[in-house]
Design a protein around this ligand. Sequence first.
Ligand code: ZN
Length: 344
Amino acid sequence: MLEFQKVVREAELLPPPEFQLETQSIEFRTDPLISTRTRINVQRAGRLTEAKKVDLSDYINKTREDCLFCPENIEKTTPLFVKDIWEEGRIKNRCYVLFPNRYPFGEYHAVGTLTDKHFLDLDEFPLEPIVDNLLACKEYVLTVYKKKGARYPTWIWNHLPPSAASQVHPHTQIWIDTEPTNWTGALIKKSKEYFDKNKRSYWEDLVEKEKDRERWVGENDSLAIIATFAPHGNREIQFIFKEASNLAELSERQANDLVDCVLKTLKWYKEEGMNSFNLSTFSAGVDEKLNYYRLNVKMMSKPVFQPDYPYYTAYGGTVELWHGEYVVDTLPENVAQKLKHIFR
Ligand SMILES: [Zn+2]
């Protein structure tokens, strides 16, 4: 059955200027489904010199000048879908425009803008355009699935350079693969093994076990919101759908509920002084309505982007990329307690 395993170990050191004995605790946590390991030391948050008041206005103005995604350029600077995929070239609605990624890493890989504005801060995103974007992505997913048979969609949102976004202008990405990504594939496989062994859904067990406990943030009609036990990044939040197992199943109502959770989390990231984040969905295949798997979504905050202060650290170094372990400095239980008020 589902277990939250952790071991606390201590590191001793003699830090300057007094060189007196100091002990720091490191929690080694194992993900209950996938067994990846996370190392949490909350004192690592003190590594960086106190972030100064970050002023992004120069950076935003500079990148505004020749932004590919701003309304006056987007028609000239972004690719069109081949006719076979989307006759009109781009998928358009009120606020979003969806078009192929200029440098795709999959056969069906698109980018969607979220606003006409070149920059929005984390607490400035309105709900409708993001719901529109998500539903446009769903339409693209269904089209690709029908015409080409690729069926594993991933919807992601990177914001500002620390998240690996190359464009400042707010945008999301969607791609559809024939095979799930490594991570999604492992989640689906492990969920199936868990179900076969326990005759219960891992995701139902997870929600039941976390409900109203220290990592529980809240819920709405469509989703449960939890701070991940063994997170892969700081301030990691997980949204677990109660009904859907894949992205193409989402109704407008479910899309609304997801975006509402995302925007509340962004408001809190802003309160915490953050300005950059990542979001990703982990979806079963388009034609799969799996009783042992739930569509789920994760968000994490990224190091604060400070263009005039080049000493901010990058996220995702040797430990994450080559050793498959995650070093985190926020405690999930604190994350949940701090985020809760926005969901009330
Ligand atoms: Zn722009």
